[in-house]
Write a protein that binds this ligand. Structure first.
Ligand code: ZN
Length: 445
């Protein structure tokens, strides 16, 4: 009797990055097209595809420094890998400077050193060389075009371990509309946001501005972000827009603030690293041209320049800080230039302890309860009524116009990784992947 040949199923993780350029395309769109095709190959997805954002303070990132990975069960891994390479070669924006990289990993469990690599890419600058060495040392299958920059994110996306996550439903445009003005009705977005509390950063109610649609030439129509997949699917049906081509839901570290979780070593601050520093305000805030606020904090005898930029909307709060306040600042380290010292660009600050703010005032006469008059520079003070004298001013404490707590930028100034106000205190660890949820959809048919 002839038995049918049964191929053993293997678990295959696929990571890719840097397929896009500022001029068009998008790594998530490549994922969308690829998954559309893989669904015909009888592969089983074991979780939602992952959209992982890495260190936003690296100067040569494209739009959001986001990489994609997904994991499937398949009995034909070689065929799948060949298809991935074909898609990445075909859809990457090579003309405009994309340097795509793809990494494959065949195993149920992703080892810890992948996760460490990924963490490093989240807050520091990881070189292409380190990625290539990691690939060689672990004997991984990989593929790249150009300088291999994409290998860093491809590896990182496979290794990323979510301790908190969100989801994004990305809706894509029909090809004939690429590059044309997006049709998304703002009122419908506003209503959607009001109705679905588990979504975030869709609409800026202060500026009456749609936040969920990009403005560039990429194929994304809009992206709805939130805490669970069903909510996003329901929410997206409320948005009135041009006809999309389809959508794909990603699990993501967007909105988690994870790039600012680590305390930076002030004695070894590296340009382009992200993180937080806890210290004491050591130079009082000053507002500079353009409305940006600069101040200094000191930790372990190292003074660090901090800049709060006007678009964050928290410059007024920063101006209220005084020398002696104990605060934590999170952000990215900008390299020193001819005109600026090395600076931490503030993405949030948290007031931990307020210093008493004091001002010097003319002394009060204890007998008459009247303010004394100055007798002239360096001449001391005298009570006009009883003639009582004092040599120096007295200290008066004034009410502070800032409270202990967290100060984060307004939503229009958020980056992908910024933890929005709504998510403060939320840790999303649900892991209820189901093929019954419609996490992928293509309307073409
Ligand atoms: Zn007096």
């Amino acid at each position: 009797m002839l038995l049918p040949i049964v191929h053993k199923e293997t678990v295959l993780s696929i990571g890719f990055d840097d397929t896009d350029s500022p001029k068009g395309m998008c790594t998530t769109y490549l994922a969308y097209r690829l998954i559309e095709s893989l669904r015909k190959e009888n592969v089983k997805f074991v979780d939602y595809p992952r959209l992982v954002r890495f260190n936003p303070n690296i100067p040569w990132k494209t739009r959001g420094n986001g990489a994609v990975s997904f994991t499937v069960k398949t009995s034909r891994p070689q065929r799948i890998k060949a298809k991935v390479i074909r898609f990445v070669s075909k859809f990457s924006d090579l003309k405009n400077g994309a340097n795509p990289g793809v990494v494959f990993y065949e195993s149920e469990k992703v080892p810890d050193d992948f996760t460490q690599f990924s963490r490093d890419a989240l807050w520091s600058l990881v070189s292409r060389k380190r990625a290539r060495e990691f690939i060689r040392k672990n004997g991984l299958e990989s593929f790249h075009i150009g300088n291999g920059q994409g290998l860093v994110g491809a590896l990182g996306a496979i290794g990323y371990r979510f301790e908190d996550h969100t989801y994004e439903l990305l809706s894509y445009r029909k090809r004939k509309r690429f590059g044309t003005k997006r049709q998304v009705d703002p009122t419908s977005v506003k209503r959607m946001q009001e109705r679905f509390d588990k979504t975030f950063n869709s609409y800026d109610t202060k500026k009456e501005k749609v936040l969920l649609a990009p403005r560039g030439p990429d194929p994304v129509l809009y992206g709805v972000r939130g805490e669970d997949v069903r909510t996003l699917i329901d929410a997206s049906t409320m948005i009135r827009s041009e006809d999309p081509a389809g959508y794909l839901v990603f699990k993501s570290n967007q909105g988690t603030g994870d790039h600012l979780q680590n305390e930076l070593d002030v004695l070894a601050l590296k340009p382009y690293s992200s993180g937080r520093i806890t210290g004491v305000v050591s130079k009082e805030p000053k507002m500079h041209k353009g409305g940006h606020v600069m101040f200094c904090i000191t930790k372990d005898c190292v003074e660090i320049n901090c800049a709060v930029y006007r678009p964050t909307g928290i410059t007024r709060n920063a101006m209220e800080l005084v020398v002696g306040d104990r605060i934590q600042v999170g952000g990215g380290i900008r390299r020193a230039s001819k005109t600026h010292p090395r600076t931490l660009n503030v993405e949030f600050f948290k007031v931990l302890k307020l210093q008493k703010k004091q001002i010097l005032v003319n002394p009060t006469c204890e007998k008459c309860d009247k303010k004394m008059k100055s007798k002239g520079r360096g001449q001391g003070f005298e009570c006009a009524r009883c003639g009582c004298k004092r040599t120096s001013k007295s200290v008066q404490y004034v009410k502070r116009n800032i409270r202990k707590g967290l100060y984060i930028p307004q939503s229009s100034a958020h980056r992908h990784l910024t933890r929005p106000q709504k998510r403060i205190g939320i840790v999303n660890t649900d892991s209820n992947f189901s093929e019954r949820v419609r996490w992928f959809s293509s309307y073409k048919n």
